[in-house]
Design a protein around this ligand. Structure first.
Ligand code: OOG
Ligand code: NI
Length: 474
């Protein structure tokens, strides 16, 4: 049985509601919470929605296309968020929590190479229908204390992490119930979302004394962010924009400070993969324990912590391994030519280099398709539906004769170099630190308690099923 069949297996109890519906309740609740907690994020959302409106007003064809794809009213909704976890146990429980909402771990991202001591996956819906209903996903990183050189500090951090529990008892009970009964009914789903939300909430009181915070911070700002708090506060949410260059340009006018450059591929006619940018994380007041870790000593001391920001994304076509290899090479070449400085001083040169170096990447859907660089979904045209092709007819013949059309499959995952850029821009401009690249997917999967799904397999399956649906053969 394929992964997709397992995931779409029928729910066992008649009252059980769809995991997609629980995910929608959850992403809506997260959005409300984050807008209230981070006012600059509310401003970003307003800007994104103005820009999206302007794009749609100027491009009626795009409006019609989006309308027919459904969900025009939800264009600006959040597409992803991110959290950072401290222990294997937190990661495996998080996997079970997200499973209640139909989100599976897809992909493995090693960020050690980019100077960030974490490795990550994305919990996301995996079927076309589920993505269509609600595409919300969570980029989830696990701290790698094994990359910290100072053994004493590492032990201290481990002790603090071992003593915290980031899930409410109610949340754990409902995860167990969902697993035992094949899902949750509507009432339980509401409770589950309310309980789960507690895990992602911001805590303005730290879990550690100020001096330990400073020592963790000196080892790496990210370690302080993970270890010092009661839970893995959501550190950003990311709505979808129809024109990322416009939002990047307009952010300063709204009083928010964008990161230096847009991550990912350059602006193109045929968008590929994922483009992202963010506003820089804000310094927020935090109270630290005055005494030791156990709170002995009583009082609180005020300090600040920088963690939370807002991001935007624009998605293009999912690339095949061949297309992805070409993307990786061109990206590396661009960055060799101009390495983007964190302070933005060479942003224009970097964007120009990117544009130039990417020129060899074909920029028409048909070229991308013919060269096997991207995944496409094939469907019968009106003519094709009128005269259904004989089963097994050659796909190319059907495309040429206008009986079958092709549309790009949207990339639903993340990009390690881009993710590192988002992390870095939010860790401060001077915090570049080197670790030796040490991907360890096996360790990550052992901690997760399950293998991660391979994103290429998922896209290839969408393409294969669409070809079969046309009665065509390749
Ligand atoms: C995650 C950064 C990565 C993205 O969109 O690539 C990310 C983090 O800062 O925790 O969210
Ligand atoms: Ni993100």
């Amino acid at each position: 049985m394929s992964v997709l069949t397992i995931l779409s297996a029928d729910a066992t109890s008649p009252d059980v509601i769809s995991p997609d519906a629980i995910r929608t309740l959850f992403s809506t609740a997260m959005s409300e919470m984050y807008r209230t907690e981070v006012p600059a994020y509310q401003t970003l959302m307003e800007l994104v929605s103005e820009v999206n409106e302007a794009v749609l007003a100027a491009d009626p064809a795009e409006r019609r296309r989006l309308e027919s794809a459904g969900g025009l009213d939800r264009i600006t909704e959040e597409r992803h968020g991110a959290i950072r976890l401290g222990t294997a146990n937190e990661l495996s429980t998080m996997r079970r929590l997200f499973a209640v909402m139909g989100m599976q771990p897809v992909g493995y991202y090693d960020l050690s190479e980019a100077g960030v001591p974490v490795h990550s996956t994305a919990f996301r819906p995996v079927t076309d229908e589920a993505l269509g209903r609600n595409p919300f996903r969570v980029f989830t990183s696990l701290l790698r204390l094994d990359l910290i050189a100072d053994a004493a500090l590492r032990r201290e951090a481990e002790q603090v992490l071992a003593a915290r529990s980031i899930f409410t008892p109610g949340c754990l009970a409902l995860i167990g119930k969902a697993e035992a009964e094949g899902g949750l009914d509507e009432g339980d789903a509401g409770h589950f979302v309310a309980e789960a939300l507690e895990t992602f909430r911001w805590h303005s009181r730290a879990n550690v004394p100020l001096d330990l915070y400073h020592r963790l911070h000196d080892a790496h700002r990210l370690i302080a962010d993970v270890v010092s708090f009661k839970g893995p506060h959501i550190n950003h949410l990311t709505p979808r924009t129809l024109d990322i260059d416009a939002v990047q340009r307009l952010m300063p006018e709204k009083g928010i400070s964008p990161k230096a450059v847009v991550e990912g591929p350059p602006t193109r006619r045929c968008p590929i993969l994922l483009r992202q940018t963010s506003f820089k994380a804000l310094s927020e007041p935090v109270d630290f324990r005055d005494g030791d870790v156990d709170g002995a000593g009583g009082g609180w001391r005020s300090g600040v912590h920088t963690a939370r920001f807002g991001e935007i994304e624009q998605r293009g076509i999912a690339l095949t391994p061949k297309g992805r290899a070409l993307y990786d090479t061109l990206l590396q070449d661009s960055r060799r030519l101009v390495a983007p400085a964190a302070d933005g001083s060479n942003a224009a040169q970097y964007m120009a280099a990117l544009q130039e170096v990417f020129a060899p990447f074909p920029d028409s859907w048909d070229d991308i398709r013919r060269q096997g660089l991207g995944y496409f979904a094939y469907s019968l045209t009106e003519a094709g539906r009128g005269t259904p092709p004989a089963p097994g007819t050659d796909l190319e013949t059907l495309v040429e004769s206008g009986l079958v059309r092709f549309d790009p499959v949207v990339y639903e995952d993340f990009l390690p170099v881009s993710a590192a850029g988002i992390f870095q821009s939010n860790l401060g401009d001077d915090s570049q630190q080197d670790f030796t690249a040490s991907p360890n997917q096996q360790r990550f999967e052992a901690d997760l308690g399950a293998p991660v799904l391979n994103p290429f397999d998922l896209y290839a399956e969408v393409e294969r099923a669409s070809i079969a649906g046309c009665g065509a053969a390749r």
